[in-house]
Design a protein. Structure first.
Ligand SMILES: [Zn+2]
Length: 403
């Protein structure tokens, strides 16, 4: 992803897990004491990076989400309340194994059980776990923030090395303005990255602009006052509360007009574009071409298994390609090189370059039209075509050998 595809390429990963050399096979050293493996006519790529998912929800999937987003959110909350900590941890482990089987080597995950950061640490994974905080009533601000700080302190023991912790004030329809301001200020002081679901549904825009729509009705039913002042777009609302900066990952960004995109670009946020989730919920298509033209660091996320079913980052890349008319290399970059930039990890992952982590995957090269480019062939493939996945040079997934 840092240059044209190489034919008969080879990669040497050092004992400490970082790439030592990459290039045509004849030019890459073969130290005699290092095990070597030949994958034949297959494609070797940097590991995919999923910049938005919820692995703690693994196993809760069931059918397409349906058109009422507020009702769907409330159903997810009920399903989660029925799960205990052990079940969340088991789900996170299964979810992570599923990522590796699909060629994904780094995840940016949001959740509130704390299970994903624990699974990442115990499995030797790579990722950022954003701990969620909720609290739509302004009176909940202090209690919610205290709960978040306690959770981050408790989970910090799992952070370190390739596992990072961040915070996620969930979304403008579950977090009050005062809680946004307080969380953003604390995260800034603590040097923590932030992820927010932003400008996802028309109902979120209606709540913030006019105090109307399904989220507003649900708030009124629970005695929660409307956001003040009304009249903001979701992007404008978060900008006004100090949430947008170069440490902020904005997830979805569907309901964004030109002025919103200018605000996002000025704040230098990163965007996790989730085309298949946006479509599954009927939110519409994000202005992907405009986000890219504004110079924003755009990446791809699958969102959760409840929204999209099986997580397939290459399918997201195909959708992004069609939506913004991208060439195949650019579409693939959105879940490798550019995704690393979105997470601020471009010197560590995202390309097969000396010094980067030995994160890579091998995929069957057979898919795609005859004479298709390497990028076309990868884009025409799916998780079932992945042969092997490596994190820091350690093999974490192998397809079962044919019987
Ligand atoms: Zn999400």
């Amino acid at each position: 992803m840092s240059g044209p595809a190489l034919e008969c390429g080879a990669l040497l990963i050092g004992a400490e897990g970082r790439i030592v050399a990459v290039g045509p096979e004849v030019a890459v050293p073969r130290p005699p004491d290092v095990p070597a493996e030949d994958f034949g006519d297959a494609l070797l790529l940097p590991g995919l990076i999923n910049t938005h998912t919820h692995l703690e929800l693994t196993g809760l999937e069931g059918g397409p989400p349906g058109p009422d987003f507020a009702a769907w959110i409330s159903r997810v909350r009920t399903d989660k309340a029925a799960r205990g900590p052990e079940a969340f941890l088991a789900a996170a482990r299964r979810g992570l194994a599923g990522c590796w089987a699909a060629g994904v080597t780094t995840v940016a995950d949001t959740g509130d059980s704390g299970a994903v950061i624990e699974a990442l640490a115990e499995c030797g994974g790579s990722g950022i776990a954003y701990q969620e905080v909720f609290g739509p009533h302004p009176d909940q601000r202090d209690e919610s923030l205290a709960g978040l700080r306690q959770a981050v302190a408790r989970l910090a023991r799992f952070a370190g090395g390739r596992v990072r912790i961040g915070v996620s004030p969930h979304a403008p329809y579950t977090v009050s303005g005062p809680l946004y301001s307080a969380t953003a200020a604390w995260a800034r002081d603590a040097g923590l990255p932030i992820a927010v679901h932003l400008a996802e549904s028309p109902a979120e825009s209606a709540l913030l602009y006019g105090g109307t729509g399904s989220f507003a009705e649900a708030w009124r039913g629970r005695g929660i006052p409307m956001p003040t002042p009304l009249g903001h777009t979701p992007v404008g609302w978060l900008a006004a509360h100090g949430v947008l900066s170069d440490r902020t990952l904005c997830i979805h960004v569907v309901q964004a007009a030109r002025a919103d995109i200018r605000l996002l670009a000025r704040a230098n946020v990163a965007v996790a574009h989730c085309p298949l989730s946006n479509r599954a919920h009927g939110h519409g298509d994000a202005p992907l071409a405009e986000l890219l033209a504004a110079g924003l660091r755009v990446s791809l996320g699958t969102d959760s298994i409840l929204s999209v079913g099986a997580l397939d980052l290459l399918a997201e890349a195909r959708a992004a390609r069609a939506l913004a008319g991208l060439d195949p290399a650019h579409a693939l970059a959105l879940c490798t090189r550019d995704a690393a930039r979105a997470l601020g990890l471009e010197s560590e992952i995202g390309t097969l370059a000396p010094g980067s982590w030995g994160d890579c995957f091998v995929i069957r090269g057979g898919a795609g039209p005859p004479h298709a480019s390497a990028e076309e062939r990868v884009l025409a493939s799916g998780p079932g075509d992945v042969l092997a996945t490596f994190v820091g040079g350690r093999d974490v997934y192998r397809t079962s050998p044919p019987v």
